[in-house]
Design a protein around this ligand. Structure first.
Ligand code: GDP
Length: 362
C-alpha cells in the first residue's frame, strides 16, 4: 500500500494533517511553498519529500532534521507522520473549495506581507477560515524587505533578529505592532509566536522570508506544535472515507481524470465510487490511481506511476470512465457492498446543489 505515511503513537495511528496556504495575491504564498520544499532538499537530494497530485508531502524526519536545534530547545516530541501541503494556493477550483467551507484543510497558513499589512483578500481569507472554523497561524512574510535587514539564510527567526541593526529591529517591531492592531480591528487577537502563551485565543505570528529563509523552520515547527497540541484527535487515521475533488482534467492517454485529496480512509483500484456531477451523481469504478514517480526515479519515462491502493492523507489522480461532468469542490464516496447507493447519490446531489448555489450567489 502506498501511503504518505502514518505514524503510530500510544497505539493511535495518525495521518498527516492537510495544510492550506492562503492570503492576498503577491504576499508570497507560492514562494513560501517553494521555499519549504527547497529548504528540505539537502545536497541536491530531496530527502523523502514527495510531489503528489495537488500536494507536497513533507515527512516528519525531514522536519525534525530541519528544525533540530530549535526542536531540542522546546523539547518537541513529534507524533505526526508529516505535513501534506496543498499546492495550489491561487487555484480557481480552490476558490470554490474555500467558499464552500469544505472539510479539506485541517490547518491553514495565512500569509501577510509584513510591509503591506492587511489587504482585501487577507480579510476575505480570515472570514473564510472563521466560517469553517479552521485553525491557522499567520506567516508575516518578506521580513527581508525591512530597511537595513541583514539576510541570515535559513536561520531560526529569533536568532536572525538578534543580528539586525537597531533600525531594522525597530522597523520590524513597528510593523508587527501595526499588523497586530489591524488584526484586532478584525476582532482577532494576535501575538508573535514565541510570546503567545494563549494559543487557544491568540493567533501566532511567524515572521518569515520566502527569499532568504528566515523563519521557515519556525513555521514548520509551530504548525506541527499547534496541530499536536490543539487538534491531534482530528488527524487520527480512520477508514471513514473523506475525499475531496480538487480538479477535473483531461490527460492524454487517460481521458478525463479527477485529482482528489484523500483526507482520511483509503482508496483502491477497482473501488466503486460516486462523484457529484453537474447532471446528477456519477457512479463509476476506479480504473487506476496515479501519482507522479518519486523524484529519485525520475529516469522513469512516464508521467505517472500506478498504485493499487492508497491511504490518507494523500493527493492522487483517479482514472475512471464517465468523469466529464464531475464537480470540483465536492466529495467522493466509495460504495461498499452493504451501502445504500441511493442514499449516497442523494448526498452527492445535495453537494452539487450547494456548489451551484454558491456559484450563483458569488
Ligand atoms: P503569491 O501571489 O502569494 O503566490 O506570491 P508569489 O509567491 O508569487 O510572490 C509574489 C512576489 O513577491 C514575487 O515577485 C516573489 O519573488 C516576491 N516574494 C515572495 N516572497 C518574498 C519574500 O519573502 N521576500 C521578498 N523580498 N520577496 C518575496
Amino acid at each position: 500500500i502506498a501511503t504518505a505515511g502514518t505514524s503510530v503513537v500510544e497505539e493511535k495511528v495518525y495521518r498527516s494533517p492537510i495544510i492550506c496556504i492562503l492570503g492576498h495575491v503577491d504576499t508570497g504564498k507560492t514562494s513560501l511553498l517553494d521555499k519549504i520544499r527547497h529548504t528540505n532538499v539537502q545536497g541536491g537530494e530531496a530527502r523523502g519529500i514527495t510531489q503528489q497530485i495537488g500536494a507536497s508531502f513533507i515527512p516528519v524526519e525531514n522536519i525534525k532534521e530541519q528544525t533540530k536545534a530549535f526542536a531540542e530547545k522546546v523539547k518537541m516530541e513529534f507524533k505526526l507522520p508529516g505535513l501534506l501541503l496543498i499546492d495550489t494556493p491561487g487555484h480557481e477550483s480552490f476558490n470554490n473549495l474555500r467558499s464552500r467551507g469544505s472539510g479539506l484543510c485541517d490547518f491553514a497558513i495565512l500569509v501577510i506581507d509584513i510591509m503591506h499589512g492587511l489587504e482585501a483578500q487577507t480579510i476575505e481569507s480570515i472570514n473564510l477560515l472563521r466560517m469553517r472554523k479552521t485553525p491557522f497561524i499567520v506567516a508575516l512574510n518578506k521580513v527581508d524587505r525591512i530597511y537595513d535587514w541583514k539576510p541570515c539564510v535559513n536561520t531560526e527567526f529569533k536568532e536572525a533578529i538578534k543580528l539586525q541593526s537597531r533600525a531594522a529591529a525597530q522597523e520590524f517591531d513597528s510593523k508587527v505592532k501595526e499588523t497586530i492592531a489591524a488584526l484586532a480591528g478584525q476582532e482577532l487577537n494576535a501575538e508573535l509566536y514565541w510570546r503567545n502563551k494563549d494559543i487557544k485565543n491568540y493567533v501566532s505570528l511567524v515572521p518569515t522570508s520566502a527569499h532568504t529563509g528566515e523563519g521557515i523552520s519556525d513555521l514548520m515547527l509551530v504548525v506541527m506544535q499547534l496541530m499536536q497540541k490543539r487538534m491531534i484527535e482530528k488527524v487520527v487515521f480512520t477508514e471513514q472515507l473523506q475525499c475531496t475533488l480538487l480538479e477535473v482534467k483531461v490527460i492524454e492517454g487517460y481521458g478525463t481524470t479527477i485529482d482528489v485529496i484523500l483526507v482520511n480512509g483509503s482508496l483502491n483500484e477497482g473501488d466503486k465510487i460516486v462523484v457529484s456531477g453537474f447532471n446528477g451523481p456519477i457512479e463509476t469504478t476506479i480504473r487506476s490511481l496515479l501519482t507522479p514517480p518519486p523524484l529519485r526515479e525520475s529516469r522513469i519515462k512516464s508521467q505517472y506511476i500506478q498504485l493499487k491502493s492508497i491511504r490518507a492523507a494523500m493527493g492522487v489522480k483517479i482514472v475512471a470512465p464517465g468523469l466529464e461532468k464531475a464537480v470540483p469542490g465536492t466529495s467522493l464516496y466509495v460504495v461498499n457492498d452493504d451501502d445504500d447507493i441511493e442514499k449516497i447519490k442523494a448526498d452527492a446531489k445535495k453537494e452539487v446543489d450547494n456548489v451551484l448555489n454558491d456559484i450563483d450567489t458569488s
